[in-house]
Design a protein. Sequence first.
Length: 263
Amino acid sequence: MSSPELVLQVLRTELRRAGVTYKTLAERIQMSESSVKRMFGQKDMSLSRLAQICKAAGVAMEDVLRQAADVTPHADTLTLAQEQSLMASPKLLLLAICCLGHWTMEQMVETYELSDAECILGLLALDKLEFIELKPLNRYRLRVSTAFHWRADGPVQTYFREFVVADYFNGRFDGVGETLMCVPARLSLNSAQELLQKIRQLAAELARLQQEDRRLPASERDGFTLLLGFRSWEYAAFTALRRPVTMAGAKSSVLHQIGPKKR
C-alpha cells in the first residue's frame, strides 16, 4: 500500500471516529457527496485538500500523518542475525516485545525492573538492529510491519516453543475477552489454504485494533496475546491406537484414490 493510500485509510478511520459521514463532510466543504466519494476513491489527495478536510472534520492533520507513518509497511520478519542478537539478552527481547505493544519508555521502566539507563541502552540497541527508529525524548517508531512475525524455527520461535508456550497454556482462559478452542476437522488442501488466509486476516485485524486503541489511556488497555496454530496433526496417544495398515488395506486405499479404470 502506497503512502497516499495509507493517509486516506487513516483519514477514513478518523472521520468515522469523529462521526463525520461523507454527506456531512460534503456539506462542510461545500462539495457534492458524490464528489467527496470520488475524491476518496481516487486514493490520492493534495496536502491542501487534506488540510481542508481535517479542519472541517475537527481532526488534527498532524495526527493523521503521524499514524500513516506508523503503519508504513516494513519488513515482516527479522534476519537470523537480528534475532540472534535479541536472544543474547533477555532484557533486550523484553524491550522488543514491549515495543511491539507500543509501550512508552516510562511504562517499561515503571512495570519492569529496568533503570532509565538500561532502557535507553536497550532502545539504542534495538535502533542499531533496525527494529525501531529511536526519536528525540526516547520516543520511537517501529521499523517492522503490522504483519510482523518471528522467523519459523528461528531462535526466538524456538525459545517460545521450549519455555513460553507451556506457560501460556497454563492459564484458565476464562477471563473477560479470553477463550481457548481446539477445533478438529478433516479438510481438503484448498480449504486449509483458505482458512490459513483468514487466520492471516485475523492477525491483520488485531494489528488494526491495537493501532486504534493506542489513543486510549494505558489504564484502559491490557496485554492480550493471540497464539494460533494450524497444522495437519494427530495427538501421539491417538496415533498409537491406530490399526496397523495391512498390505491389502494399503492396496485398497491406493485403488480408492486412483479410482476404477475406464473401459
